[in-house]
Design a protein around this ligand. Structure first.
Ligand code: ASP
Ligand code: MG
Length: 422
């Protein structure tokens, strides 16, 4: 069996849904499939707004929910079925559940409510698509990932209980596929559930990870992520018009790229696949006949330089107030504050008198961090910084990239250079 994953962008409108249909019809070779689908288009962002309104400004809610409904109804209408009442009825049932949730008071636990509300996106998309495909003769079973991917209670960043998830997935999805109830199972990316069946989510953009979980547990032959790019590129074409496709890369290299922030694949996706040597394909959903990129255990023949640009960074430099040197005790204390504020460090560097970190500029988080650090340290920071990572660099490449930029910090290892610039 194989696992396919379709992201929100690939099913953002009726053409996308029809394209998914075409891919399932023409490119599966009769294979048994688990199809993991994200929320449609920008639905997750919209649901985040709904949740904000639920907490802070209820007057906004009706408009936002109306938009959510309309986005889904538009797709159903544009699919031009002779009779779409089955899909409409199912979607309406789900919207009623959402309305009911939102008509009550919130729980006071924002993250818990986040998962309850935001998980509706994937429930809506998969219900719409699964029902549509059945109507079009592509027989499939809808499976509820909230009952399959078991997580702890760490809402918004659920930690997967692999043993329990394996048991549940093998029991339910395995049964459908291997007892020939249907050849295709459609399930949701991004969402899971606790043992009390409370919905959880796996972190933004977590659908790739869901695909890897299903693949790992069911010993899939491969995973294919269908995307709106030709494959894995060596740079984001937004910053780098000359980006080229990487035909094959190793798991290790892909893990490195994801770690440094290449936004192609969710970082947690690769490790489980590597452990079972399940190849991962990244393919263009508009051109399914193309080869795309393949991530596998193979050694790479040659290394193409890869560029990862992270904008909206902040560089924070931390100095002991008494002008003493930075020592292990300071670092201990500084890390404790960073970890308490749940900040992810993208780069760090220490010198005799200061310790510097570069991280994403997440509005409230960074303010809080600086405030906490300022209790015992003198803190300086630069906003609007860029972090550039180049894998397999040459001096020539580095000088080209930093021409006309101020380099504030530079770090080199054999394979990677990182530059903090403005
Ligand atoms: N719908 C979720 C998000 O937008 C998960 C995903 O797309 O992978 O973050
Ligand atoms: Mg998405």
């Amino acid at each position: 069996m194989k696992v396919y994953k379709f992201g929100g962008a690939s099913v953002k409108n009726a053409d996308g849904v029809r394209n998914l249909e075409r891919i399932l019809k023409n490119y599966t070779g009769g294979e048994k499939l688990v199809v993991v689908i994200s929320a449609i288009g920008k639905t997750t962002n919209l649901l985040e707004q709904v949740l904000d309104a639920f907490y802070y400004d209820k007057s906004q809610m009706p408009d936002l929910v109306a938009r959510l409904r309309e986005n889904h109804y538009t797709i159903v209408r544009e699919l031009e079925l002779d009779d779409n009442s089955l899909i409409m009825n199912k979607l309406n049932g789900i919207f009623e559940e959402l309305d009911e949730l939102l008509s009550g008071p919130h729980s006071g636990n924002f993250d818990y409510d986040y998962d309850r509300v935001v998980s509706f996106g994937e429930i809506l998309s998969t219900t719409l698509i699964s029902t549509y495909l059945n109507l079009k003769g592509i027989k499939n079973e809808w499976a509820d990932a909230r009952l399959l991917i078991r997580t702890d209670h760490n809402y918004r960043e659920g930690k997967v209980d692999w043993d329990e998830s394996a048991r549940l997935i093998q029991e339910k999805v395995g049964k459908i596929l291997f007892e020939n109830i249907a050849d295709i199972v459609i399930s949701q990316g991004f969402i899971g559930g606790t043992e009390e069946m409370l919905p959880t989510t796996l972190g933004r953009e977590g659908s790739d990870y869901s695909a890897a979980i299903f693949a790992y547990v069911l010993n899939a032959e491969s995973v294919t992520i269908w995307k709106d790019v030709p494959g894995l590129l060596n740079a984001d074409p937004k910053f780098f018009p000359d980006a080229v496709k990487l035909d094959q890369i190793s798991y290790e290299e892909a893990i490195e790229l994801a770690y440094y922030g290449a936004s192609v694949i969710h970082p947690k996706t690769l490790k489980p696949l590597q452990n079972k040597q399940i190849p991962l394909y990244v393919k263009p959903f508009m051109h399914p006949e193309e080869s795309g990129s393949r991530i596998d255990a193979g050694k790479m023949k040659k290394h193409v330089p890869c560029y990862i640009f992270k904008t909206n960074q902040v560089l924070i430099s931390i100095y002991p107030k008494d002008f003493s040197f930075i020592a292990v005790e300071n670092l201990d204390e500084i890390f404790a504050v960073i970890s308490k504020n749940k900040i992810k460090i993208n780069l760090m560097q220490n010198s005799a008198l200061s310790f510097s970190i570069c991280c994403d500029n997440k509005v409230h988080k960074i303010e809080r961090l600086i405030k906490d650090l300022s209790v015992k340290y003198r803190v300086k920071y630069n906003l609007n910084i860029e972090l550039i990572t180049i894998r397999h660099y040459t001096d020539d490449i580095v000088s080209k990239v930093v021409a006309k930029k101020d380099v504030l910090v530079e770090q080199r290892s054999r394979a990677t250079v990182q530059l903090v610039t403005m």
